[in-house]
Design a protein around this ligand. Sequence first.
Ligand SMILES: [Zn+2]
Ligand SMILES: [Zn+2]
Length: 274
Amino acid sequence: MHLREGLDANYQHLQGCGVTHAVLRARDTSGEQVRAIQAKYPKLFVWTASTDITRPEAEAALTKAIKEGAIGLGELKSHVAADGPELRRMYALAADLNVTVMIHFQEVPHFDGEGVFATGFKQFEKMLKAFPRTRFIGHADAFWANVSADYANEIDYPSGPIKRGGITDKLLGDYPNLFGDLSANSGNNALSRDADFTRDFLRRHQDKLIFGSDCSCTDGRGAGVAQANNPRASRLAGKCVARETLALLQRSTTPEIFRKLAWSNARSLFALEI
Ligand SMILES: [Zn+2]
Ligand SMILES: [Zn+2]
């Protein structure tokens, strides 16, 4: 989940949606705030660090955050190419620091002026090959739209049955250094399109996928202006993304696989001592 302001807001969302522990996706400068939250709620939260990766100090800032206790990089969300020099530096840094790196892939803006992020997912295989020691976590629109082989970067959240053989499905199967983050409208949307596909996809990639929320509701039950910054995600307006995706996963797979997706995979990927 994204780090929320205040000592209690993160915990309140967890309580409301029925989740026990969380990785807070925060900024490189969030260390002090996270430590205050960890002091009040011991052992419930860890954090990852993001920054503007286009600035020259990005590597130093993220390295400092890891030294201060962050357990990963991301989500990295910048207006750059997925195989461009800025992200390549981050892939190398993640390997050097022995932490995961989570990338927001988006080829279609949600509103005028938003722009696009980590573009060129269809060619991402060459990054997986070039950085075999880097553990990548794929996230957001283009990562999830590409579970279907017929995606042509034409829309942010495609609907309808999945055409088998999509790039994301193939890369998750072929590359041990790629993992998938199930959060947000993008993850929920992809898994809601085709129940037969979803059941099989979760089974095949049961050791590679991690539940996440990326929810903006206040109480873990859909209150507040959920998905306010994303008018295209009206499908989940008024709902808690965490609750919706947990329910979707539960009805789409076995209890054993559900436990991997909602607990054990993250625990081992982030080497958590819980
Ligand atoms: Zn994102
Ligand atoms: Zn929520």
